[in-house]
Write a protein that binds this ligand. Structure first.
Ligand code: DGY
Length: 326
């Protein structure tokens, strides 16, 4: 019997690829060449499924060109690379990888907060450059983390994980802002208080962004919001590029309108706004919040399981548009 054809659009763990190769005819990309939209569309021809990462855009023109497509499984919890409405209209199931990365990503949010507040990379660059000649009372004095106030924008699973670490581990006061308020039980577990966005920006010593990207969340933090923050505050973005206006942030960091920022995601990544590369008071990491071997393996496995489940006639585990299944 001819096996159904799928595309694995980027390099993945060989053992997960091998599982897919047992049941599908797999067009893979283990060389990890990033495809243009036209190349992606050409490679999707004749495929019934695809495993993607956040870099591959699945939109109406691609769907029109690939009428046999039944599922696209994203190896990411975020899915702003999908036009979900267009996928639903085309009867294409979209899946993502929630839960398996929650705690790992919350750990990283905290790592980036600590590194930013305590000026870890800035001081390391100073040491590596041979500039450390003596101890000084105010050398790389940063901002306190324990006992300070953390404001979290976006209180989904990862936001809640960060809130629990902050409240229970570091004795922080936690404020949050979200589209909808959490239940009293969840607020209690996170020891978090709901406030409006302006209050959060004014009162927080550290602001953490964990909100999904959409047209509505574009530039959640721009020039105006940066003026509301304390001049001693730090801003951490582990959500998505585009949530922050990176040009406005670079200006605010240069002018010391806020103390520092920690960024794992960027507008137009892997390009980084050139001015962010020149300011010292920013910690920059290349979109690695979920990057532990175990978690990336769990994400790849869940994406592969979703593909196998849907195409081999079982219930996929984490559908984004389950109405396609009805
Ligand atoms: C996610 O899972 O959304 C991470 O940002 C990796 O893309």
């Amino acid at each position: 019997m001819t096996q159904a054809s799928i595309l694995v659009a980027r390099a993945i763990f060989p053992e997960v690829l091998a599982q897919l190769q047992q049941v599908f005819d797999v067009d893979h990309n283990q060389d990890d060449v990033v495809m243009s939209p036209a190349e992606l569309q050409a490679r999707m021809q004749g495929k019934v499924g695809a495993l993607t990462t956040g870099s591959e855009r699945i939109d109406a023109p691609l769907l029109q060109a690939c009428p046999g497509l039944k599922i696209v499984a994203n190896m990411a919890v975020g899915y702003n690379n999908f036009d979900v409405d267009a996928m639903t209209r085309a009867g294409v199931l979209a899946t993502n990888t929630p839960d398996v990365l929650t705690e790992t990503t919350a750990d990283f949010g905290f790592a980036l907060l600590m590194a930013t507040a305590r000026r870890v990379t800035e001081s390391e660059h100073y040491l590596r450059a041979g500039q450390w000649k003596k101890w000084r009372y105010d050398m790389f004095a940063g901002a306190e983390v324990h006992g300070s106030t953390l404001g979290i924008i976006g209180m989904g699973r990862i936001g809640q994980g960060i809130a629990r670490r902050a409240a229970h581990g570091f004795g922080m006061q936690v404020l949050y802002h979200n589209r909808s308020r959490l239940s009293p039980e969840l607020e209690g577990a996170c020891k978090a208080r709901y406030v409006d966005k302006a209050t959060l920006l004014r009162e927080a010593d550290h602001v953490m962004l964990v909100v999904p990207y959409s047209a509505a969340s574009h530039h959640t933090i721009g020039a105006h919001e940066l003026t509301l923050m304390k001049p001693t505050a730090t801003l951490i973005n582990i959500a998505r590029g585009g949530i922050v206006d990176d040009a406005a942030l670079a200006q605010a960091l240069k002018a010391r309108r806020i103390a520092a920022a920690g960024l794992d995601v960027f507008e137009g990544e892997p390009q980084v706004h050139p001015e962010l590369l020149t300011v010292p008071n920013v910690v920059l990491t290349p979109h690695i919040a979920s990057a532990t071997t175990q978690t990336r393996m769990a994400m790849a496995q869940l994406a592969a399981d979703n593909l196998m489940d849907h195409l081999l006639r079982a219930q996929p585990r984490t559908p984004i548009n389950p109405e396609v299944l009805r």
